[in-house]
Design a protein around this ligand. Structure first.
Ligand SMILES: [Zn+2]
Length: 56
């Protein structure tokens, strides 16, 4: 449940820009060497949920 609170905070500004460049924020592996299709799906799902929550 504390993850939900954190998500709201992160959305404000902190998106770890440097990490996102090289390391996947979902599996913490190099984006250049691993297939992150699942990760991007996860990310999209989370984004959709986040938006749905805000629109309520
Ligand atoms: Zn990944």
């Amino acid at each position: 449940m504390k993850a939900l609170r954190r998500t709201v905070k992160i959305r404000g500004a902190l998106m770890r820009p440097q990490d996102l460049q090289t390391i996947c924020d979902k599996c913490d592996r190099s984006r250049a060497h691993v297939n992150h299709t699942e990760c991007s799906k996860l990310r999209q799902t989370e984004a959709a949920e986040r938006r749905a929550r805000e629109n309520i």
